[in-house]
Design a protein around this ligand. Sequence first.
Ligand code: ADP
Ligand code: ADP
Ligand code: ZN
Length: 212
Amino acid sequence: MKIILMGPPGSGKGTQASYIASFAGVNSVSSGDLFRDNLARDTELGRLAKTYMDQGKYVPDNVTIDMVMSWIEAPANKEGFVLDGFPRTLMQAEALDDRLSELGGVDKVILFNVPEVELVKRLSGRILCRKCQMPFHKEFSPPKNDGECDKCGGELFQRDDDTEVVVRKRLKVYTEETDPVVDWYRKTTNIVEIDGSQEIRDVEASLNEALR
Ligand code: ADP
Ligand code: ADP
Ligand code: ZN
C-alpha cells in the first residue's frame, strides 16, 4: 500500500499517520519531521530548512524531493509507505509520480478537510513529542501526564512555527501551492476525502471504512 496524506497544517495528518501505517502494515514519514530531525542534528539541510520553516514558507523542491526520495528508497519502505505532508507542490507530485511509475503508482490519497478557524485553534494548542513526534493538544488531546508523551514518555514541546502569524502564512501557502496538487489528484487518482473536523476517534472510524 502506498498512501499519501494531504490536508492543511493542523488537519490531523500526524495524529492519524501511525494509525494508518499500522493498519496498512507499512512505515510512515512526515517531511516536516525529517526537516526537524535534520535541524536537531544541526546538518546543513536542517539549517537551510529552518530559514524557510521559520517564515512559514515551503523548503525548495529540489532538497525536499531528494530527502523524501531517499527515505522511500530504503529497503524497508520500497513496497509501501504512508507519506505525511509530501507532495505539497506540483513539482513534488510529478517527481513522486515518476519515481512510482514502475511500482504501480499511488494506491490511495487521503485528504483531511477542516475549516480554517478550527485549524488555528488546533495549531496554537499543539504540543508534540521530541522523541517520537506524536502530536498532542493542550485542550483537545491532552497527554495523561503533563508534559510527557503517552506513547514513549518523551518530553513534549511547542513548535516555533505554531504561532498565529506563521500559522496564517502557512495556511496561505497551502492554498496557493497545495490546493492545485489536491485538484490534480482528484483528476488522476483514487482520492478519499475525510471530514477531519470530527473527534479523533470518529476520524479513525472514517479512515477504517476508507481503507477497507
Ligand atoms: P497536521 O500533522 O496535519 O499538521 P496534527 O496531527 O499535528 O496535524 O494535529 C494538529 C493538532 O490538532 C494537534 O495538537 C492534535 O493533537 C490536534 N488534533 C488532531 N486531530 C484532531 C481532532 N480530530 N480533533 C481535535 N484536535 C485534533
Ligand atoms: P504542518 O503539517 O503543520 O504544516 P509540517 O511539520 O508538515 O507542518 O511542516 C513544517 C514545515 O516544514 C513547513 O512549514 C515547510 O516549511 C516544511 N515542509 C514540510 N513538508 C514540506 C514539503 N513537502 N515541501 C516543502 N516544505 C515542506
Ligand atoms: Zn513520544
